[in-house]
Design a protein around this ligand. Structure first.
Ligand SMILES: Nc1ncnc2c1ncn2[C@@H]1O[C@H](COP(=O)(O)OP(=O)(O)OP(=O)(O)O)[C@@H](O)[C@H]1O
Length: 278
């Protein structure tokens, strides 16, 4: 593409200000390795994420986005390559990692109140009760749900339940928040609200975010950089810079020329005809 406002870069250059939080080098993942059912989901993926960045991962269906996130979170073992979190090799789920999945109904315990759900990771980390109570109120307040502490998840709308799940991931102040299609199960208006919520919380807490989405518009709206994966088994097709900075608005940003140009470029990269070239 020719427009200079949209820069595609190979992210092997020096880290930016703030240092690298996550480094993924030559990652490969083969399921059922050595068996007749072996399936290579990820071939060779390299990228890094710097402190405070918002990085989205997009790619065609089945490209290996969830697999990549599972490897990054320490939930799945890579077959080859190196993963490091805050400069240390990543071999299990790091303490300073927050996780939010698409299916909030399965990630929240229906028999616990919302406050107790949010407090579970704090209890697991041995945070004293008084501090736990204060942090639960603070974090539920920051996602706009101060009034639901004593209620149960099933008494809330889908969007509110996902906010509880986000509050839980934020409760122990993670350095990195990993999100897998977190807004895919809510309606369009709620989706916009949750996107803005995550942008706000991210800027208030200075948190680093990696978010997997199949929605290209969402990736452009949220990200500082977008890692575009090829079709399965995945490689990095391109890393695309998003030039909007911290000033984003659902109507203004999404209708700007820069947005539409990025959209065209990304669609070109992830559409089936492009995937075979990767
Ligand atoms: N546990 C597993 N065992 C074997 N193969 C798997 C397993 N999990 C995923 N795969 C395969 O790995 C490939 C990548 O799957 P993955 O779910 O990571 O892709 P994705 O990009 O997240 O897909 P989608 O966009 O459709 O959610 C797919 O071919 C899938 O069938």
């Amino acid at each position: 593409m020719t427009d200079t406002t949209v820069q595609a870069t190979d992210r092997t250059e020096a880290p930016r200000q703030g240092g690298t939080v996550l480094d993924v080098r030559g990652l490969r993942k083969i399921y059922n390795e050595g068996k007749p059912t072996a399936k290579m989901a990820i071939d060779d993926v390299t990228f890094s994420v710097d402190k405070g960045e918002f990085v989205c991962i997009v790619g065609p269906s089945g490209a290996g986005k969830t697999t990549l996130l599972r490897c990054i979170s320490g939930l799945a073992q890579p077959s080859a390559g190196e993963l490091s979190f805050e400069g240390k090799p990543l071999t299990s789920v790091p303490e300073q990692l927050g996780l939010v999945f698409q299916d909030y109904s399965r990630s929240l315990y229906p028999w616990f109140t919302n406050a107790k759900n949010v407090g579970l990771p704090l209890a697991a980390r041995g945070v004293p009760k008084a501090e736990r109570t204060a942090r639960i109120s603070e974090v539920l307040g920051s996602v706009g749900l101060a009034q639901v502490e004593k209620q149960y998840p099933w008494q809330l709308s889908g969007g509110m339940q996902q906010r509880v799940a986000i509050a839980r991931a934020l409760s122990y102040r993670p350095d990195l928040l990993l999100m897998d299609e977190p807004f895919a199960s809510v309606d369009a208006q709620t989706r916009f609200d949750l996107e803005d919520l995550v942008l706000r919380v991210r800027s208030e807490l200075g948190i680093t975010v990696v978010l997997v989405t199949h929605d290209i518009d969402e990736a452009i709206y949220l990200a500082d950089r977008i890692v575009v994966l090829s079709g399965s088994p995945s490689r990095v097709r391109e890393v695309v810079e998003v030039p909007f900075g911290g000033d984003r608005d659902q109507v203004v940003t999404r209708s700007s020329d820069e947005f539409l140009e990025l959209r065209r470029h990304l669609l070109d990269l992830v559409m089936p005809h492009a995937a075979s070239e990767g």
